[in-house]
Design a protein around this ligand. Structure first.
Ligand SMILES: Cc1cc2nc3c(=O)[nH]c(=O)nc-3n(C[C@H](O)[C@H](O)[C@H](O)COP(=O)(O)OP(=O)(O)OC[C@H]3O[C@@H](n4cnc5c(N)ncnc54)[C@H](O)[C@@H]3O)c2cc1C
Ligand code: FES
Length: 497
């Protein structure tokens, strides 16, 4: 402990994409469709709707590509570890097959958009592998390969992979891809903006009201639209509906300088600890990304230990050198394994949502966006029922058991013990207060009560944020909301003395 971690704490994608400078919403606007959230789901939907002849406005709270998509691994694939076995067990082979078709279609959609819009985003066709090192995992990859082939997916079983270590066997899907996620999003945004459509940054949406028109409020302006799509990962302003059907899962990634020989393919292990691997050349440097060390966002985590384990794996098994970048992020995991794209509630008329992309949102988010774009333009979409927000849970599914954490406070740290950069929840005058010590030791204080549904936030020392363990809302050190479902900042409190 105490040893400095290698690498800059920023995602490779965010660090190497360059910035964007779209204006914020500072007056009222009318469009056909308002899209809340400038990640892959929101921007894909916005572009598809613009291409279908609608005017759109994308409202992004921060900058394009700074959300979960900017912190992804970058695999564009329909092989999601052992997803077909899992989905066939839960929902039957028909649903598993349609999930696969939707994701295959998403890969081809991304390839087409990259070509048609001329997006320079390191898009590259590769094979994707789920590999096994143990006997048990070998049986599972054999079964997955056979099932996926029966479902019509480009699946084969192989014992031969480009990995620099031997594996017992693997499922291989050919014709998959990888990309630079932020450059792709920036390309989508360029294609959306203009001709009566708008990309607006630094425009946090505080409320969405259904109606004719539907009304989207930000602090500085209002958008009126026929239809609204909420694509904020965790739906902003969700009253608890999706919070009960999804849980948040966090993972960590290190990008290490790679050996000269390219690693051709993307990979994920069946055996634990799970490792996800992708290699990419950016700005003249070759990196290997290794992801894993996932845990429910509600659980506490020693991020430094997790980054070190990933770096050791990368060095020892993949032959990489030092870590250049490290980052972590969290995604929404649907309890029944299927993403959501449809109306926000069963009675909603004009407000739609995309969520539950289960850590495979480059394709799931693209597919979900195309489902909504088809729905809003009156076109049949063959996968709409699989993604339906009002679906009846599969028998035996644990909907509602989204794992709300124990909110008891085991120990009571004191403000006096805080060193610069540290934070703690302390009780001050009977109120749970989130206290952060800035770089010079100055104290910032805010209520520790999450503005979504009232859970107590906890300090995330890795990112210097206040994270809510219940449904994933995140707040900056000063209490400003970063990620929903909360739409409102933590209430300010006087700095303690
Ligand atoms: C570690 C990790 C690795 C992953 N690797 C892969 C991978 O290799 N391949 C793959 O397919 N998937 C991967 N995923 C999953 C994938 O990255 C996500 O599912 C996907 O990027 C989510 O996209 P999104 O558009 O829903 O969310 P986001 O990209 O988070 O976009 C939502 C946007 O909404 C904005 N927003 C939030 N609140 C508001 C508000 N109130 N008003 C306005 N804007 C708001 C946010 O700022 C954000 O930009 C990974 C996930 C993790 C956690
Ligand atoms: S995110 Fe729901 S209570 Fe905090």
């Amino acid at each position: 402990m105490g040893e400095r971690l290698e690498g800059r704490q920023v995602s490779l994608w965010v660090a190497t994409a360059g910035g964007t400078g779209y204006p914020c919403l500072d007056s009222d606007l009318e469009v056909d469709v308002a899209v809340v959230g400038g990640g892959i789901a929101g921007l894909t939907a916005a572009l598809a709707l613009k291409r279908a002849g609608h005017t759109v406005a994308v409202l992004e709270a921060a900058r394009i590509g700074t959300g979960v998509t900017g912190h992804t691994t970058g695999k564009v694939t329909s092989l999601h570890r052992l997803v077909y076995t899992e989905l066939a067990d839960l929902h039957g082979p028909d649903v598993a097959g349609r999930y696969g078709q939707a994701n295959q279609a998403a890969i081809e959609h991304i390839a087409r958009v990259v070509a048609e819009e001329g997006i320079d985003c390191n898009f590259r066709r590769v094979s994707n592998y789920t590999y096994a090192e143990s006997d048990d995992a070998l049986t599972r990859v054999r079964d997955e390969a056979a099932l996926a082939a029966r479902l019509g997916l480009p699946s084969v079983f192989t014992s031969d992979t480009p990995l620099p270590f031997a594996v017992r066997g693997a499922v291989r899907f050919d014709g998959q891809a990888q990309l630079h996620a932020v450059k792709y999003l920036q390309g989508l945004a360029r294609a959306v903006d203009g001709g009566g459509s708008h990309v607006l940054e630094d425009s946090r949406v505080t409320s969405v009201r259904d109606g004719v028109p539907a009304v989207v409020e930000t602090g500085r302006g209002t958008v009126r639209a026929r239809e609204v799509i909420i694509a904020t990962n965790v739906p902003v302003g969700d009253g608890g509906l999706f919070a009960e059907r999804c849980y948040l899962h966090r993972s960590y990634i290190v990008a290490c300088l790679a050996p000269a020989a390219p690693l051709d393919g993307t990979f994920i292990s069946v055996d634990e600890p799970m490792r996800s691997i992708l290699a990419i050349d950016v700005d003249g440097s070759r990196y290997v990304l290794t992801g894993g060390e996932g845990h429910r966002a509600a659980e506490t985590a020693d991020a430094a230990v997790r980054y070190r384990r990933l770096a050791v794996f990368s060095r020892e098994r993949l032959g990489t050198r030092e870590t250049s970048f490290r980052w972590s992020t969290q995604d929404t995991m649907p309890v029944d394994g299927l993403p959501y794209a449809g109306t926000l509630t069963p009675t909603a008329g004009h407000v739609h949502v995309i969520t539950g992309l289960r850590k495979w949102g480059l394709t799931n988010g693209t597919a979900a966006a195309l489902v909504l774009a088809d729905t809003l333009t009156g076109r049949h979409n063959p996968w709409a029922a699989v993604f339906d927000t009002n679906r009846i849970p599969a028998t035996g599914q644990a909907v509602g058991k989204s794992g709300h954490p124990d909110q008891s406070q085991p120990d009571q740290p004191t403000v006096a013990g805080l060193r610069p950069g540290e934070g703690a929840v302390v009780e001050i005058d009977g109120e749970m207060t989130a206290v952060y010590a800035g770089p010079a030791g100055e104290l910032l204080a805010a209520s520790a009560i999450c503005t979504h549904l009232g859970c107590t936030v906890a300090f995330n020392a890795d990112d210097s944020t206040w994270d809510c363990p219940c449904h994933g809302s995140r707040f900056a050190a000063d209490g400003a909301v970063i990620q929903g479902p909360a739409a409102v900042n933590l209430a300010p409190r006087p700095a303690p003395r």
